[in-house]
Write a protein that binds this ligand. Structure first.
Ligand code: PEP
Ligand code: MG
Length: 367
């Protein structure tokens, strides 16, 4: 475990006296949550729940999506609920007394399904080696089924809140797990503070729909468990449409978290997945900007954030606003966020000390 000792610790404590921005961390397991706490984070600003769905659990989602048999689907969701309740219990316990923003499943659906190309290769291998005919037929059917979900641009397709609207049983399961873990910890005398975040919203109607789902499940669990559950529901602002209609969206949100990774991608129209490839970084550097807008907030994207904060407060004067994209840990961007008047930044646990210092510096420069 890393320790912040001596002079650095003292400097960070001074920094905390001056800064206006809160500093939270992005973490999705108890180990990283502990690390965040040790580095001085005042909560978790982003828990990406898709990171909890690797390996076997991915297979369970596939079973759920591809099966029409209600009993099989119910069993799959039951297994996911058990696993998620354990995940959240661990996270909230580690962050006892501090807020933990849990984001509902975000990535494109295909990331939870087997790769059709890999299935195709397996079928060819089975055929070449005289494999079982029934198994080959089953694999082919599976491949065709999964192929039906293929999209040309998955990052612009069935992902984020759209996933929860098409398959409401997924957010229902996650919210039930969050509420159940919270109730359990409360009964043990702890003080869990979860908040639920809906990703990739573009219209207020999407948030309204999923907020209603969350509120219904939270009320059900509170009644079943006999505990009071006060869990806030907010959204990510990561599409230009969300930023420019933030006044409407805020009527359904307790908080906004600006997802500047996606917001940069969708504002520029550059794929964030290609920043390491040849064209995007080369073009950016040679023809467009003297900095990487996926690392340091671009003034154009920052204008959308500023507009989102201003409009958001018109829709809900008590709205809490933060940022949880990569930019939340970048000192230059932190200066911009301080100027805009965000309430907090959220970044990787290891960047928390740097963010604390940058936030203090930004506040001091303002005076
Ligand atoms: C973002 O888009 O800025 C964000 C934090 O979400 P993710 O990186 O998981 O898409
Ligand atoms: Mg995003």
């Amino acid at each position: 475990m890393p320790e912040l000792t001596g002079d650095l610790d003292t400097i960070l404590e001074w920094a905390d006296e001056f800064r206006k921005l809160g500093v939270r961390a992005n973490a999705d397991n108890p180990e990283d949550a502990k690390l965040s706490r040790d580095f001085g984070a005042s909560g978790i600003g982003l828990c990406r729940t898709e990171h909890m769905f690797l390996g076997e659990r991915k297979q369970i989602i596939q079973t759920f999506i591809l099966n029409d048999d209600d009993a099989v689907r119910e069993k799959a969701v039951g297994e996911l609920f058990e696993a998620q309740t354990g995940d959240f219990y661990g996270m909230f316990k580690e962050m006892d007394g501090l807020p933990v923003i849990v984001r509902l499943l975000d990535p494109p659906l295909h990331e939870f399904l087997e790769s059709p190309r890999a299935l195709d290769v397996e079928i060819a291998r089975l055929e070449a080696t005289g494999g079982d005919k029934t198994l080959i037929a089953e694999k082919r059917m599976l491949m065709e089924r999964i192929d039906g979900f293929a999209e040309q641009n998955p990052m612009l397709g069935l992902r984020g809140c759209r996933l929860g609207i098409v398959y409401p049983i997924l957010p229902e399961m996650q919210v039930r797990a969050i509420a159940t873990a919270t109730a359990k910890l409360k009964k043990e005398g702890l003080d869990p503070k979860p908040e639920i975040m809906i990703p990739l919203v573009s219209t207020v109607a999407e948030l309204e729909k999923l907020r209603a789902v969350a509120e219904k499940i939270i009320a059900e669990v509170a009644a079943e468990e006999g505990v009071e559950l006060d869990i806030e529901v907010g959204t990510m602002i990561e599409l230009p449409r969300a930023a420019v209609t933030a006044d409407e969206i805020a009527t359904q949100a307790d908080f906004f978290s600006f997802g500047t990774n996606d917001l940069t991608q969708t504002t520029f129209g550059f794929s964030r997945d290609d920043v390491e490839a040849e064209f995007v970084p080369q073009y950016l550097q040679e023809h467009l900007l003297p900095y990487n807008p996926f690392a340091t907030i671009d003034p154009g994207v920052a204008k959308l954030v500023e507009m989102g904060v201003k409009l958001g407060h018109e829709g809900n004067p008590d709205l809490v606003c933060g940022v949880c994209g990569e930019h939340g840990g970048d000192p230059d961007s932190i200066h911009t966020f301080n100027k805009i008047g965000l309430d907090y930044v959220s970044c990787s646990p290891y960047r928390v000390p740097v963010a604390r210092l940058a936030a203090a510096q930004a506040a001091l420069e303002e005076e």
